[in-house]
Every structure is written in C-alpha cells, then in structure tokens.
Write a protein that binds this ligand. Structure first.
Ligand SMILES: [Zn+2]
Length: 60
C-alpha cells in the first residue's frame, strides 16, 4: 500500500488494543445481525502516516 502523503511504500503493522480492533455495521433493528470486520493497519516508515483498512470490506 502506498502512502497518500509521501508515496512511500507502507508497512503492515498491528494496532494494539486487546487482541486488535474490529468494526461493526450499524443496524436498524435489534433483530438484524451486524456485519463485522477486522481492521488492518499500515504505517509509513518515512512520514509516520497511519492508514486503517477493513479486512472484510465487501460484507458492508
Ligand atoms: Zn508517508
């Protein structure tokens, strides 16, 4: 993945909370099952820019 700030190649990294982070879709009712995805983190070793990317983005 290329850094949008300086075009350097970004390195994949891990964001530490407890066991990584996930995103969950918003639901309109309590009967609807929300979609979930792990979050991938990329860091630019040149400028420090961090980018988050949903691993299972196609479910949303
Ligand atoms: Zn950069």
């Amino acid at each position: 993945m290329e850094c949008i700030k300086c075009k350097n190649e970004m390195t994949k990294a891990k964001l530490f909370t407890f066991g990584g982070i996930e995103i969950e879709s918003e639901t309109k009712s309590i009967f609807e099952t929300p979609e979930r995805s792990a979050v991938e983190v990329y860091v630019c070793s040149k400028c420090g820019y961090i980018e988050l990317k949903a691993k299972d983005h196609k479910k949303f």
